[in-house]
Ligand binder design. Structure first.
Ligand code: PMT
Length: 398
């Protein structure tokens, strides 16, 4: 897959720069031609000699060679590359990429690059979670930069959390997936809706009812559909996730908001994947002031929300409608009931009884059920789960 690909590996000043050595070695092993650009600070973390030896080419750091005045042309580098891969990408470099600051060779190359761009962020957990970093990530993703998410674990600071650069092997897989998606645009011209995340039902201006959905599963599906060329509208409850590349995101809060947005988009859609965890009940009335506590118990009267999937199913025509079933017991019968009641083409069952399945984590374990068959899949990443679901969509799409 990477044979003959021209990849610029950008290394910025992070302790994770040591992993760039292994990453470079793997890229070369996969047949890629690699040129390395380091920021001046990156040289403090890993030596140019190491990277030059592994990439088999001199390292580029400065705009020109001070010995002989020869320019390192960022424009021709940008034209040469099939991909600019920045790993590790610091918060500083991401912020500069967002605002167009061009004070080193890597950043000028980024601004000149016509190729795909992917970044693997690496930083401390609080820096990663900071609203500015998250906003920058969102902006870059909206501009088409592929974000290779950091993992969670022990960080250089000694703290534990999300911010550790993805492992080189994982980065290689994602780089391959980016190139593969280019070739496999099998859903070109199709328009899909994906609902994702949790809805929020207000009780008063301070409190609300919600659930544990993070949006990870739905976002992975939206990303996979977009990779295969579909036009995707992602109707999403509140999440901390960046918008997947090439996806149009519509933010909503309550089940009612999600219903309105989804029904509106359904008019022009070829299909929908209903992955959101939508509230089935909402407070009958929302207090316009903060409810004061007293010594008495409090009863909140709830009323039913509208079933979005069922509404789309009642007006499906020959379009593709996929639902999820999140169960804790009697899984198969419940999922089959949803398949019928909502007039789905297939239902994706995930059970909270399976370790690693359902809410929150990066994995899921699903069974795909339609009117004729039942496919059980092993525990896998939500990205791979999304691929399995989109493969099935391709098979049932008329
Ligand atoms: O977001 P993550 O943290 O990654 O977690 C993923 C997930 C567990 C949320 C996801 O895999 C999942 O199971 N989503 C569906 C959750 C759910 O609400 O399931 P349900 O069995 O209650 O609903 C059945 C189907 O009807 C779902 O497709 C749901 O989107 C849809 N529905 C439900 C209620 C409603 N009012 N309108 C709907 O459209």
């Amino acid at each position: 897959m990477l044979n003959g690909k021209h990849i610029i590996l950008g290394i910025t000043g992070s302790i994770a720069a040591y992993k760039a050595a292994m990453l470079c070695r793997l890229l070369v092993k996969e047949g890629a031609e690699v040129r390395v650009i380091m920021t001046p600070l990156a040289k403090q973390f890993i030596t140019p000699l190491t990277m030059a030896t592994l990439s088999k080419h001199p390292i580029l750091v400065e705009f020109f060679n001070p010995e002989n005045g020869e320019w390192n042309s960022h424009v021709s580098l940008g034209e040469w590359a099939d991909m600019l891969l920045i790993a590790p990408a610091t918060a500083n470099t991401m912020a500069k990429m967002t605002t167009g600051i061009a004070d080193n060779l890597l950043l000028t190359t980024y601004l000149s690059a016509r190729s795909k761009v992917a970044i693997a962020p690496a930083m401390d957990l609080d820096m990663y979670a900071h609203v500015t970093t998250q906003q920058n990530l969102k902006t870059l993703a909206e501009r088409g930069v592929a974000i290779i998410e950091p993992g969670a674990g022990e960080l250089a600071s000694g703290l534990v959390g999300k911010g550790r650069m993805a492992e080189p092997e994982e980065i290689i897989e994602q780089v391959k997936a980016i190139f593969a998606a280019e070739c496999k645009r099998t859903l070109s011209g199709k328009r899909y809706i994906v609902t994702a995340g949790a809805t929020i039902e207000p009780i008063d201006p301070v409190r609300y009812i919600t659930n544990h959905s993070t949006g990870k599963m739905g976002y992975a599906i939206a990303e996979e559909l977009a990779r295969r060329g579909a036009e995707v509208k992602l109707i999403t409850g509140r999440t901390a996730l960046p918008t997947p590349q090439g996806v149009e995101r519509i933010d909503v809060l309550s089940a009612e908001d999600m219903y309105n947005a989804t029904v509106k988009e359904w008019e022009l859609a070829d299909g929908a994947v209903m992955c959101a965890a939508v509230a089935d009940y909402t407070p009958k009335s929302v207090a316009d002031h903060k409810l004061k506590k007293s010594d008495d118990d409090l009863t909140i009267e709830l009323c039913r929300t509208k079933d979005i999937a069922k509404e789309l199913g009642s007006n499906k025509g020959n379009r593709t409608l996929v639902g999820f079933a999140l169960e804790t017991d009697n899984e198969r019968a419940n999922a089959e009931g949803k398949l019928q009641r909502k007039n789905l083409d297939f239902v994706v069952l995930n059970s909270l009884r399976d370790k690693g399945a359902g809410f929150g984590g990066d994995t899921n374990k699903i069974t795909i059920i339609d009117n004729n068959s039942r496919e059980e899949h092993p525990l896998m990443s939500k990205h791979d789960t999304a691929k399995v679901i989109v493969d099935k969509i391709e098979r049932v799409t008329r």
